[in-house]
Design a protein around this ligand. Structure first.
Ligand code: ADP
Ligand code: MG
Length: 411
């Protein structure tokens, strides 16, 4: 860990005003009710720790994309409500807390928790306005960044504020994310325990080129599933029918395959697929070769032969990174492949392999299958943030924190 963590802070926090950046950007249904509170639960360890220390806890958080304006449907009232239920104590919340920020912060008592209104209501937030960052820092003794999912954005409440406070540290969730993901970053420390396999799925090659390219430096096996497998099969001269492809990325796919070969990385694409003429729960489906998909049909999930081959690779791996569903898991006839990968990774975890999952839709798939995140070594709360971290990029929200204390050798 290269940054100072909340756990490492030696000063007493009793009576201190601690500003916490959380990522409580939870999904709401049409009535405004929270449909999944995982993100709030993930932040609880930090909040509870601070309450137990009798700190005055002030939380900053963004919600949705209001683009610098007040949007009533994006107010944080439902988040404050759920947070107070989980904490078992009242949470201070006021819709005017951005306008009256200084007074709002000053009103918080030791052991109390206050949630400031959606930071993205202010135009300075996404612009990382230094004046706003300074305002957020008013009266603050310690800043704790626990919002890993927002750490790839240099915003006033994630990056700027960290430079304006006396001390800025990583919260428990942030620390867990850094600790779990760092060994998988090429060139960091000892690196992952080999054999290391990455399973990359999802819809498009274009969103994951850099991560694919970087992974080639550390993995022995690269499994490519989901929509992006078709761009690779097309590049290899296959017939992909109406499957999702990015024709402009055929050269990228060829380049990646060449690089893999040069580096001795085995690439595993789909060999058979579940195909259909439309993406619907009642669509007619059939199995077929990935390289001879007829016109009018599209490959929407990995077939049984493919899954068998991938299973053999997973079974001999000691570290497995999974990002991106291998099929259109949201629609029942195309969910089996993604479910199988999840089961295989849970089994791998049982036998002692390190399994790390990331990506918004990948995590949603696990939830849809009713699987417990504890079945895996680490499930990252970051989508874009975890990808950028794995690409080896320094995330601005992390870079702005105080460095870890250097160990002085005794004697
Ligand atoms: P993540 O959020 O986990 O990083 P992505 O956003 O890259 O994943 O991709 C997820 C989407 O990819 C899902 O909505 C899924 O339906 C889609 N997908 C997976 N396989 C296919 C496929 N064969 N054809 C079209 N879309 C696919
Ligand atoms: Mg996604």
């Amino acid at each position: 860990m290269t940054v100072l963590t909340l756990k490492q802070l030696t000063q007493s926090l009793a009576g201190k005003t601690v500003l916490v950046r959380e990522d409580f950007n939870v999904p709401l249904d049409v009535t405004g009710a929270i449909t999944d509170d995982t993100r709030i639960q993930e932040g609880m360890e930090t909040i509870q720790y601070l309450v137990a220390q009798q700190a005055k806890v002030v939380i900053l958080c963004h919600f949705g994309r209001p683009k610098g304006q007040v949007v009533d449907s994006m107010r944080l009232a439902p988040v404050a409500q759920r947070l107070s239920e989980l904490l078992g104590q009242a949470v201070l919340y006021s819709p005017n807390s951005l306008e009256n920020y200084e007074a709002f912060v000053a009103s918080v008592q030791p052991g109390q928790v206050a949630l400031v209104e959606n930071t993205r209501f202010l135009p300075g937030e996404e612009k990382n306005d230094p004046e706003l960052a300074k305002r957020f820092a008013t009266g603050i003794d310690v800043f704790v960044n626990d919002a890993f999912g927002a750490a790839h954005r240099a915003h006033a409440s994630t990056e700027g504020v960290a430079h304006s406070v006396p001390v800025a540290v990583a919260g428990f969730l942030m620390a867990r994310e850094i600790e779990a993901l760092t060994p998988l970053v090429p060139g960091m420390g000892q690196g992952p325990k080999q054999p290391f396999t990455a399973i990359i799925g999802g819809s498009k090659v274009s969103t994951k080129i850099t991560v694919l390219e970087n992974l080639l430096n550390t993995v022995q096996h690269l499994i490519i599933g989901g929509g992006m497998t078709h761009t690779f099969n097309l590049a290899l001269g296959g017939q992909v029918g109406n499957s999702l492809v990015e024709k402009e990325h055929v050269p990228t796919a060829l380049r990646l395959l060449e690089q893999a070969k040069a580096k001795g990385v085995a690439v595993h694409l789909t060999s058979d697929v579940v195909m259909a003429q439309r993406i619907a729960a009642d669509a007619e489906t059939k199995l077929g070769d990935s390289k001879t998909i007829p016109d009018g049909w599209e490959g929407l999930d990995a077939g049984p032969e493919t899954l068998k081959a991938w299973e053999a690779v997973i079974a001999q791996s000691n570290t497995i990174l999974w990002n991106g569903p291998v099929g259109v898991f949201e629609v029942a006839p195309f969910a089996a492949g993604t479910r199988r990968i999840a089961e295989l990774l849970a089994q791998a975890t049982q036998r002692g392999a390190t399994t790390v999952l990331g990506g918004g839709d990948t995590v949603a798939a696990i939830g849809q299958f009713g699987m417990n995140p504890n079945a895996f070594t680490h499930v990252s709360t970051g989508g874009g943030a975890s990808l950028e971290f794995l690409e080896g990029q320094v995330l601005p929200g992390i870079a702005a924190l105080n460095p870890a204390p250097t160990l002085v050798a005794a004697g």
